[in-house]
Design a protein around this ligand. Structure first.
Ligand code: ADP
Length: 498
């Protein structure tokens, strides 16, 4: 990291074809520190010609030695990347906190685990194989699994390096090549990752990193590019729809990890203190900016008042502060736009008759005044028809909805356009299984929450996405299946013989 004359960290280059190059038709953009509202880094962004160069480099790598490299050698490179990543995780966590505003204690825990993803995908790289398909004696049929090709990876700003690991890992394990376009709000760590890609010894062009803009910028060019085979995207549903429209022209493959409005169900027979630990933690983590969070807290009526009261008491314990302060639980929102969105939803909640129990305001005192800080917020008396229960806010706003009994809990839980994550708390094993089996979501946590690992498939039902990341399943959307049919006789009937 260079420090330029204005005290900004400088990242003047894109990483294309194994080289650090100046943008051809891009420029420099500022990355703003959300805790001060001021730029802290200046970063190169790429335009159309830069995307063209990056895609050409990725294609050349696929057609070069990388395309012929056996799985165990790809694995060795991924293991090396994991080692380098692990060694620099603490430093990367600081950069990610500066870029995104996320509290350092959260970034540190998050980035401190990412090497496991690279190791997991390394361990799978030499286990990508097809099947033999038994038929009659006249043929030998088998399938092979081939890399889908050049992958455009488009990542969001809320968990930049985690969502990158979820894409790079399976892409590299399967032998694809990648053009990574990080979010414009958080481009810095992707460029640091590029240094590790280089150091690990991946052949040039296997991974290219081009920061840039979304609509009308590098993200859209990547999506439109005829030589990109697949887009792997994490972000908002509306952006996914735009990506689909652009990518339709070239009939690309897509994997999408989109939003959520997760039900976090607390039955009266739950261990309420444990449930509260999970429910409050997952309401306000990452300042509410994660699609996995339990933003709809469904509480069985006999314990509803108790849970509401406890939520408010726990909100008072959340230390909102500067992201790099070790004591801080919750940093600012990642952008002025995100802050405004959260505050507008607080308004909708009040207008629609929900009861604001605590929070709901921007923090403006002293040093907070320049940043995008907001209080942890709790609404009670929420119905599932209100906007704060239906739409993804991406702010630290918990909506507490009362229910009576299992059927109503399931009905409310599933009455959403989303289906990414869900949680339920009950000490009745039968009930836990019954309810979990009825919830339409990609992952259901029982008496725990946000347990997400490299081994656990993750992705959405309904509007929450297409495909799965993590687990062995993550490989599927980076592979094509080829069926080979070999005749054992070499004889083929003449259709026109008689
Ligand atoms: P948010 O709206 O919450 O900031 P997005 O879903 O728009 O999040 O952004 C996620 C990623 O998608 C970013 O890297 C962004 O640049 C990119 N992006 C946004 N719009 C487009 C688009 N039309 N085509 C391709 N990428 C896009």
């Amino acid at each position: 990291m260079d420090i330029g004359h204005q005290g900004l960290a400088r990242y003047p280059h894109l990483f294309i074809g194994g080289e650090w190059v100046a943008p051809e038709d891009g420029g420099m953009m500022d990355s703003v520190d959300p805790s001060t509202g001021r730029p802290w880094a200046t970063v190169a962004w790429g335009g159309k010609r830069d995307i063209d160069r990056a895609v050409a480099a990725a294609r050349a790598a696929l057609d070069g030695p990388w395309g012929r490299m056996p799985g165990h050698e790809r694995a060795a490179l991924l293991y090396r990347l994991a080692d380098l990543y692990q060694a620099r995780a603490a430093e990367l966590a600081v950069l990610e906190s500066r870029d995104s505003g996320r509290a350092l204690r959260e970034s540190r825990a998050d980035l401190g685990a990412h090497h496991n993803w690279y190791r997991w995908f390394a361990s799978l790289a030499d286990k990508i194989w097809g099947r033999t398909v038994p038929m009659d004696d006249s043929v030998h049929v088998f399938t092979s699994r081939l890399p889908v090709g050049v992958v455009g990876a488009i990542t969001p700003w809320n968990a930049p390096m985690l969502t990158t690991a979820w894409k790079l890992g399976p892409a590299l394990a399967t032998g694809c090549t990648v053009v990574l376009k990080p979010a414009e709000l958080t481009p810095v760590t992707a460029l640091e990752l590029a240094k590790m890609i280089e150091q690990a010894g991946f052949p040039p062009g296997v991974v290219n990193v081009v920061p840039g803009y979304g609509a009308g910028g590098a993200g859209e060019y990547l999506t439109a590019h005829p030589d990109v085979d697949k887009i792997a995207f994490t972000g908002e549903g509306n952006t996914a729809k735009a990506i689909l429209r652009t990518g339709a022209e070239t009939l690309k493959r897509f994997s999408f990890e989109l939003g959520g409005k997760a039900p976090h169900i607390i039955f009266a027979d739950a261990d309420i203190d444990q449930a509260l630990n999970a429910a409050t933690g997952s309401a306000w983590a990452v300042c509410g900016q994660s699609c996995a969070l339990g933003s709809r807290v469904l509480v069985e009526r006999p314990v509803y008042d108790r849970v509401v009261e406890a939520f408010a008491a726990r909100a008072a314990k959340v230390r909102v502060g500067m992201p790099l302060d070790e004591a801080t639980h919750m940093g600012p929102q990642a952008s002025a736009e995100q802050l405004a969105k959260t505050l507008s939803y607080v308004g909708y909640g009040k207008d629609e008759g929900a009861e604001l129990i605590t929070g709901g305001n921007r923090l403006t005192e002293g040093a907070f005044g320049d940043g995008y800080f907001v209080q942890p917020t709790v609404f009670a008396g929420v119905t599932n028809q209100m906007r704060i229960a239906r739409e993804e806010i991406f702010g630290p706003v918990a909506a507490l909805i009362p229910f009576d009994g299992e059927d109503e809990a399931v009905a409310i839980a599933n009455d959403t356009t989303y289906g990414l994550t869900a949680g339920l708390w009950s000490q009745d094993v039968g009930r836990a299984h019954r309810v979990a089996a009825r919830i339409r979501a990609g992952i259901v946590w029982v008496n725990t929450y946000r347990y997400i690992r490299w081994t656990t498939p993750y992705g959405g039902f309904k509007a929450s996405g297409w495909g799965r990341e993590n687990g062995v399943e993550a490989l599927d959307s980076y592979l094509e299946t080829r069926t080979t049919v070999v005749s054992t006789t070499g004889r083929f009937p003449d259709a026109y013989a008689n």
